[in-house]
Design a protein around this ligand. Structure first.
Ligand SMILES: Cc1cc2nc3c(=O)[nH]c(=O)nc-3n(C[C@H](O)[C@H](O)[C@H](O)COP(=O)(O)OP(=O)(O)OC[C@H]3O[C@@H](n4cnc5c(N)ncnc54)[C@H](O)[C@@H]3O)c2cc1C
Length: 508
């Protein structure tokens, strides 16, 4: 009997793996993962993603070996590899999960669909998230998400393997893929075992810190679940995380209100995960173009390379911003609030278009997930037309979320001796105090690139000037209809204005 081919993508697990389960029900399977040079040559790819992938693949390969099977890791063009394989074993069925990826993987999936058509291979794609392909309207989306997550988790199926007909090749090293070698030394490690350990420590221990702990960059690394990279590569399924969370919620005693609030807030984020990916699924162009085209030309023609270089180097002169850039470089992770603040600083006072900033951040974030990332980049830059732009003042954020300067001092060692009074605005410090505290503004920390208040006001005038135009307002309804959230998570989807009061304005 001809085997079925299981193509692993961003779903590196055996548990709750619908594609694998369906293929196994048909008979023997061949398991394939393809490292595609074109994907790794794209501007959103980074070595940390690649190393995390290799760690995850190594564990998946062992899990298959334990079941008497084999994961074939090939490198090259996907359809060329399918052709090589097909020449040896003319398989009739290809199984995979649906992927809402970037433009490169979208085009590749179209090429795979053509290849399957030409070779008479049936390609069975199954959703792995609550994201709906060819969605006709948003009204029933929340119900569909609930239906998806409520289905029982699939156990690892009984697997019968077919002998792999091609010689095993070595995974390329990152230099061969042209990747910059930087790999954050403190980043999370890949693989399902790590993912499960992170999930358990969150559910049974850390979730009590979630409410109230996720906004400060000091508490967030332990208060947040830290599951994002495991979701992005599919070491854990979204459904199994929802099930485990709901089970733990039900088991908590009535007086465990803090932990219950934490787990409830966390569950809402799992819903947002799919809500945002759905936007890219329904409108792949949002990776490249303003969601509301009335904003075309807003920033595109004002590109300021000096601002961008300073931002990437952590030399904006605003200590909280520069500390966040350094934390990203060392860990590959930052909490939501600080990500939003970084983008806000880039988009308003520095007046940078979201696309190059987003590519740079995609490489910084270990958990890069195109659907969430590009939707958030546009939302925080004010180009969706449907979200009230949120402009974060990095000095106010520092006072609110790092009141004693522990975070800034940790990531910017040059600032360690600077007293609290000057820490968040060191450029105001007289020269004799700079000498006393061992920091020279302009050298150890940059002078701010622009006058924050003035530049933010000018940015706001440009943006809000456009927002008032009747033609811009007219375009909003269609975007709300296609992408706006409905239902009970709605109020929280605008990123918690209640908690952020003061940030809708400049907040100076
Ligand atoms: C500009 C910008 C870019 C972002 N890019 C990404 C990205 O590429 N990949 C990514 O996973 N998240 C992204 N986020 C959302 C969020 O910052 C991260 O999901 C979160 O910080 C990951 O940490 P965690 O798993 O501990 O989050 P938790 O708070 O524990 O949340 C659990 C899960 O819910 C989802 N989630 C949480 N917050 C959001 C949100 N605001 N929107 C959608 N889903 C959410 C994620 O899958 C996350 O793993 C971005 C946010 C901003 C502002």
């Amino acid at each position: 009997m001809a085997p079925s081919l299981v193509w692993f993508k961003r779903d590196l697990r055996l548990h709750d793996h619908a594609a694998l389960t369906q293929a196994a029900a048909m008979g023997p399977v061949l398991c394939l993962y393809v490292i595609e040079p074109e994907v790794w040559a794209a501007d959103d790819a980074a070595n940390q993603h690649y190393q995390f992938l290799l760690e995850s693949l190594a564990e998946l390969a062992v899990a298959l070996q334990r079941r008497g099977g084999h994961l074939h890791v090939a490198s090259g063009d996907l359809t060329a590899i399918l052709s090589d394989l097909y020449a040896q074993v003319p398989f009739a069925h290809l199984y995979s999960h649906e992927e809402t990826g970037n433009g490169v993987t979208y085009r590749r999936d179209q090429a795979v669909a053509c290849w399957c058509g030409e070779h008479g291979v049936a390609w069975h794609e199954t959703p792995q998230f609550g994201v709906v392909r060819r969605l006709s309207g948003r009204d029933k989306w929340q119900r569909k998400w609930e239906e998806h997550v409520r289905l029982p988790c699939l156990p690892v199926p009984h697997l019968e393997f077919s002998a792999w007909p091609l010689p095993q090749s070595r995974a390329p090293v990152s230099e061969q893929l042209g990747l910059d070698p930087h790999d954050p030394p403190q980043r999370q490690r890949g693989g399902r075992r790590q993912g499960i350990a992170v999930l358990q420590s969150f559910l049974f221990d850390r979730s009590g810190q979630y409410r109230g702990g996720i906004s400060s960059p000091l508490s967030a690394p332990t208060a947040c679940s830290r599951l994002s990279p495991y979701l992005a590569l599919g070491a854990l399924s979204l459904r199994e995380i929802v099930h485990a969370t709901r089970k733990q919620l039900a088991a908590l005693p009535a007086d465990a209100s803090r932990r219950k609030a934490g787990l409830t807030g966390f569950t809402s984020r799992l819903y947002w995960h799919c809500h945002f990916i759905q936007k890219l699924e329904s409108e792949p162009e949002l990776e490249f173009r303003n969601l509301h085209q009335g904003y075309d030309g807003l920033r595109e023609n004002d590109w300021n390379q000096r601002h961008f270089d300073a931002l990437m180097a952590g030399r904006t002169g605003w200590p909280l911003v520069d500390a966040c850039v350094e934390m990203l470089r060392q860990t590959g992770w930052l909490n939501f609030r600080m990500r939003a603040m970084l983008v806000s600083v880039a988009a308003y006072p520095l007046w940078l278009h979201w696309r190059p900033v987003g590519l740079w951040l995609a490489r910084q974030f270990l958990d890069y997930e195109p659907g969430i990332h590009w939707s958030q980049m546009q939302m925080q830059s004010g180009t969706t037309g449907i979200n009230v732009p949120r402009i974060y003042n990095p000095i106010k954020q520092a006072h609110d979320h790092d009141p004693h300067g522990h975070f800034v001092r940790r990531w910017l060692p040059a600032m360690r001796k600077v007293p609290d009074a000057w820490l968040f605005e060191p450029w105001r410090m007289p020269a004799d105090l700079q000498a006393r505290y061992g920091v020279v503004v302009g050298e150890d920390i940059a002078m701010p690139l622009v006058d924050l208040e003035l530049a933010t006001r000018q940015a706001k005038e440009k943006l809000f000037g456009l927002r008032k135009l009747p033609e811009i307002r007219a375009g909003q309804a269609a975007i709300v209809e296609k992408h706006g959230s409905r239902g009970r998570h709605r109020d929280r989807l605008s990123n918690a204005p209640a908690v952020d009061s003061g940030q809708l304005t400049l907040g100076f």
